[in-house]
Design a protein around this ligand. Structure first.
Ligand code: THG
Length: 367
């Protein structure tokens, strides 16, 4: 593929200077913003992520802030996950659905206070849907995209690196919780979360000017830990079963089709926009669902379109993400498979761009 033409519309980030100095080799575009995809190589980055610690510029995880007395009510309009038990200091992974129950996004909701939330969005323009709801329902709430740039610290040595910059108390932050920590006189929200299963944190950096000082401090403090600039890794996230909105699912899919039923409480999520539609489809259950797929043969090419899954001559699904896994010595993939063929161990054929390949459906992912 040819190069991307930079322009003001394709937003740089608070950490772009550091990312460039670290030798970024490729980007994708996410929420109209640069998101690094490769530093050394996807495979080298993968091994390093699983062994050491990386600092990721995930500024493209933009925040939609809800502020005001109706912030909580608006949050519950967005998702079939019941938010009543959610306390300030918690993060929830929340499927967001439209009036048909179709997935609009799969963000992390961060509850700062009863009247202040961040919705840390995946790649779709959720701001406009949320603004529309706030206006249409005449809610007393401000909805905007503040100047916040998440920086992720991921990998088995993440706790040691974070403790050296924020102090030992950061080690006590529990999974999907956050605390406030000082960095050079600046208050920062630090959560134990991130788009890998190697463990780590996400720092919500407020104010673009606070980006590079933190980046530099982490790089300096991490020298002895072999810290490196990194980014969400295609191989690791497929192994870990982390879905990518726009790749693995879109607004044609319900959360149940995406295997996100465990994040839905449709019966009790009173107010949720797609509730009636989801209750209707929940009766029957989904007829297709996300599955882990192993694909035989040598490393697959890049998956930038659906690859049809066949049972004999009959199409029964499609692969949406795939990569060679060095640790599992097979190609790992994520796909949507029809109910008739989604059982663990089902053998299928996938139409990869370089020919037909044998594939096996798995109930669980590899981690
Ligand atoms: N962190 C933050 N914002 C984000 C992402 C993130 N916005 C964009 C994108 N990633 C949203 N998608 C996901 C997908 C998966 C997870 C988080 C965000 C995730 N899932 C775990 C899982 O499925 O096992 C844990 C979910 C749970 O147990 O609650 O972490 O990464 N800030």
């Amino acid at each position: 593929m040819a190069l991307l033409s930079p322009s003001r519309r394709l937003r740089r980030t608070a950490f772009s200077e550091g990312v460039e100095a670290a030798g970024v080799k490729a980007y994708t575009v996410y929420n109209h913003m640069l998101l690094p995809t490769v530093f050394r190589s996807v495979e080298e980055d993968y091994h390093h992520l699983k062994q050491a610690v990386q600092v990721w510029d995930v500024s493209c995880e933009r925040q939609v802030e809800l502020r005001g007395p109706d912030a909580g009510r608006l949050a519950q309009l967005l998702t079939p996950r019941d938010l009543r038990g959610m306390l300030p200091g918690q993060c929830y992974y929340v499927p967001i659905v439209d009036e048909t129950g179709g997935m609009l996004n799969d963000p992390v909701a961060v509850k700062l206070a009863e009247d202040r939330w961040w919705i840390s969005i995946a790649d779709s323009d959720l701001l406009y849907w949320i603004k529309g709801l706030a206006y249409g329902y005449r809610l007393d709430v401000l909805v905007d995209e503040p100047d916040i740039s998440p920086l992720a610290v991921q990998g088995p040595r993440a706790d040691d690196l974070m403790a050296s910059v924020f102090g030992d108390a950061v080690r006590d932050v529990r999974f999907f919780r956050f605390g406030h920590f000082d960095f050079q006189g600046q208050d920062m929200v630090v959560a134990r979360s991130g788009y890998s299963k190697q463990g780590g944190y996400e720092i919500y950096v407020e104010g673009e000017h606070n980006g590079m000082p933190l980046w530099n401090a982490l790089m300096e403090a991490g020298k002895a830990l072999d810290v490196h600039a990194g980014c969400p890794n295609l191989i690791e996230r497929i192994e870990s079963g982390l879905l990518s909105y726009g790749n693995d699912m879109n607004d044609d899919n319900t959360p149940h089709e995406c295997g996100l039923g465990r994040f839905c409480n449709t019966q009790t999520a009173i107010g949720c926009i797609g509730r009636d539609a989801l209750l209707r489809v929940a009766k029957e259950g989904p007829v297709k669902q996300i599955r882990a797929i192993a694909i035989d043969g040598p490393p697959v090419p890049v998956c930038d379109r659906w690859w049809t899954l066949m049972a004999g001559t009959k199409p029964v699904g499609r692969v949406s993400s795939a990569a060679w896994s060095p640790d599992f010595s097979t190609n790992v993939a994520i796909g949507m498979v029809r109910m008739t063929h989604w059982d663990d161990g089902t053998e299928l054929t996938v139409q990869a761009p370089d020919g037909l390949r044998h594939a096996t459906v798995h109930e669980a992912f590899w981690n």
